[in-house]
Design a binder for this molecule. Sequence first.
Ligand code: G3I
Length: 380
Amino acid sequence: MTRRARLRLAALALLFAVSLLLAWRVLPRFGGVHGEASVIQASIPVSSPVQNQKDLPNVPLRSLAAQRNIHIGAAVQMEPFRSDATYRALLAKEFNNLIPENVMKFGHIQSERDRYDFVDADALVAFAQQHQMQVHGTALVWYRNLPKWLTDRPWTREELLLILRQHIYTVVSRFRGQVNSWDVVNESVSPDGESLRSSIWLEGIGPEYIGLAFRWAHEADPAARLFYNDYRGEGLGKKSDRIYQLLKELKQDNIPIHGVGLQMHVGIDEPPNFAELKTNMQRLNDLGLEVKITEMDVQIMDGIGSQADKLAAQASIYRNVLRVCLQVPNCTGLSTWGVADPFSWIRLVNHRPDSPLLFDDSYRRKPAYSAMQQILKSAD
Ligand code: G3I
């Protein structure tokens, strides 16, 4: 072989090696929902360079949580649930507690008087049963999301009692044995913690609507775990104290209440006080109440630093809230308010381009997911 031919062969071999190296370094490598490589959809902004996933065994959160006798849940939006198979696959794979985000609320289920629409709720309950998931229903009694037929005219106290009792009996009986727990009363303490929040129920019936709602729910399904659910009462303070006082009175009156939902809508610019969270959970435990983190999301856009810094701060909050839940005997689970960032209420309803959840715009696991995986696997 001439010298020129040998040089040409060597150049071709070098070119081939360089092109191989480029292909390996440049092509995106990441585990998709099921660990298989998939192409990032260029049109959807990827919110973060996700931690190299090959060193995190792909053990779903729900499996790790079950080993610690708690559940990991997510609130479900109907639009992606019905239209996106990847959304459904992620939901089934990672979570063992399903919360219908909106379709079990008064305004959705009884939008017309005495006409109940269970189609969407039935679909979610069936999916949960198919994938061995618990269902946490929300919310039987709330000051918001009420239908116009109820809010557009005055009612006597007797009429309101009948309307509320019938709604609770109809809905809870419908899902008897299928919905494990309910937010019976949602957000009935005023934001400043000074009083009960004004609502059609408080003005029209009186404060006894709360105890009556729990009694009716218990009569409709004696096996369901019945919760009071609220926000900004996770740690200690006026609102937390007012919630505690309300619950103490309900227990003293032998009202069938089993637990408290601490919603945990927070941000890296306003992180929770973890020591206060633990103290609050412990005093609720002393009342004999179960505690769940029911609606967790951690906003990052108002934080400082790079995107990576913000995601790390977000991961730290998810990790520490879950750590506290694992440290107290009465905390039975943590649910995020949404499955993945694009479907967070913070984007859809508040119209803020934030990234508050565990999975990003391409359903990729974020540092917060890995942080929760690690805390579930660790002993402390
Ligand atoms: O589905 C309709 C859609 O057809 C329509 O085009 C669109 C515009 O009007 O509205 C859509 O319904 C919206 C629904 O969310 C589904 O996205 C409602 O208007 C909107 O009011 C509703 O907001 C929900 C809100 O509660 C009020 O019910 C949010 O999704 C939900 O995340 C939020 O969740 C609450 C918890 O229940 C209680 N704790 C606080 C939390 C956040 O506010």
